[in-house]
Write a protein that binds this ligand. Structure first.
Ligand code: EPZ
Length: 415
């Protein structure tokens, strides 16, 4: 079991390159199931989740090969439309194969993902949408079993905004007969990236990025040659790393327009931020101002940045309030930050953070992907040596994070 050791107190400075977006790459990898042939998907981050996704595809008879940051996928041999529990339980995003399999093969058997640290994570809306498209769906022994001769377009209303639900059904609708309307669809940039990949494959999609998406089904699609967008959550994590260490960092290969809510909040906390189309310059200030944050669906403040900005607020000059409206249990990082001297009280989905002058390094434990990022950020600022265990969580969503941070001057290593 590896751990990460950080000797805190170093100001970060220099340049960092952002990797491809995990949450765009995963649905785009799933989209390769929609037609046979050789797909090239570029800028896929080297993450455990991408490797797991490749194994799920392989398990179905699809070949995949990584060439540097490209994934070469040949889905001609797709034969076994199944995603087994032992793979799905390690990565909930596996549920994204459901829509493409039913659309291409007329059937699928995909393990229910089960819950995770941050919440129950039901997929009822994914299944509701598939039924609306004409699939018969049942739950058998922990698996979703779905089948349909040919999916037919439908009007699907999401009573809760769901990112992967929107993605799953957009992919299924691409091969359905007739028009599908997704109403109250998720507007995250990852949806638009997936839609652009599907359009390159020959799909007819309008409105991606808005809450109404119209898809005209087509008979067949063709293989893609697509480059995944930069990861906005990795970008936001480095913005906070610069702010929390009072450093000065130039973030490159990013897309600032995807981070308006995060950049405006970190500016409000006192950091100096200047952007160009593809770069963000962040300079921290000694005094960090407290904030009130409410996580919302895009374009609101992203829930995937909540743990990270809480670490910054732990050192603010005053009291901050964070309201987590998306997931029911996304404060698992609070107990670990308290071990480092943070003064945080939680009441349901609300956290009250009273800033302290300094965090004290301690042995802490990562509980989920973004919680582990918040512990790294706290460790960068804390006095002394922080040791973070269970860092396999981190490897799911951040490519080479220690190398990127030590290149910026952090004293960080994995043992
Ligand atoms: C995606 O998860 C992301 N994962 C998550 O990122 C992100 O936190 C989340 O969207 C919200 O932005 C990927 O894209 C792979 P949801 P997803 O469906 O799609 C409820 C990370 O750290 N809901 O938008 O699973 C659900 O319980 C991960 O990279 C239903 O009730 O999230 C939640 O409260 C963590 N029924 C809310 O909707 C459903 O059928 C939003 O969930 C589906 C969702």
């Amino acid at each position: 079991m590896k751990s990460i050791f950080i000797n805190g107190g170093k100001k970060l400075s220099g340049e960092v390159l952002i990797s491809g977006a995990k949450n765009a790459a995963l649905p785009i990898l799933a989209a390769s199931l929609l037609c046979e042939g050789k797909h090239r998907i570029a800028n896929v981050p080297r993450l455990a989740d991408a490797t797991t996704f490749g194994r799920i595809l392989q398990n179905m008879g699809v070949t995949f090969e990584r060439q540097d940051s490209d994934m070469l996928i040949d889905s001609t041999g797709l034969g076994n439309p199944e995603a087994p529990y032992d793979l799905v339980r390690t990565m909930r995003a596996s549920v994204l194969v459901l829509g493409p399999l039913v659309a291409r093969m007329g059937r699928a058997r995909v393990s229910l993902p089960g819950g995770c640290a941050i919440g129950a994570r039901p997929i009822n809306l994914h299944l509701m949408g598939l039924e609306k498209l004409g699939a018969s769906v049942s739950i058998e022994h922990g698996y979703v079993v779905a089948s349909a001769k040919r999916l037919r377009g439908a009007h699907i209303y999401f009573d809760t905004v769901t990112v992967t639900g929107t993605e799953n059904l957009m992919m299924a609708a691409a091969l359905a007969e007739g028009e599908t309307v997704l109403e109250n669809a998720a507007r995250e940039p990852e949806i638009t990236d997936l839609a652009n990949a599907l359009i390159q494959m020959g799909a007819t999609i309008e409105g991606a990025g808005t809450d109404i998406i119209r898809i005209q089904g087509v008979e067949k699609l063709k293989p893609m040659d697509y480059t995944v967008m930069p990861d906005r959550i990795e970008t936001g994590t480095f913005v906070i790393a610069a702010a929390i260490t009072n450093g000065s960092v130039l973030i490159k290969n990013c897309f600032p327009a995807h981070l308006d809510a995060v950049l405006s909040k970190v500016t409000e906390a006192g950091a100096a931020i200047t952007v160009t189309d593809g770069t963000i310059q962040v300079t921290g200030q000694r005094e960090i101002k407290p904030l009130n944050i409410k996580t919302l669906e895009y374009p609101g403040f992203p829930t995937d940045m909540q743990a990270q900005i809480m670490s910054l607020m732990a050192l603010a000059d005053g009291t901050s309030v964070i309201n987590e409206t998306i997931f029911e249990n996304r404060f698992t990082h609070v107990a670990e930050l308290r071990r480092m001297g943070a003064d945080i009280q939680t009441e349901g989905r609300t956290a009250i953070i009273k800033g302290v002058p300094m965090l004290s390094a301690a042995p802490v434990m990562a509980t989920d992907l973004r919680a582990s990022a918040s512990l790294i950020l706290a460790g960068l600022a804390a006095e002394g040596q922080t040791v973070i265990s269970r860092i396999y969580h981190l490897d799911r969503g951040y490519e080479n994070i220690e190398q990127k941070l030590s290149a910026l001057g952090a004293d960080i290593r994995r043992v």
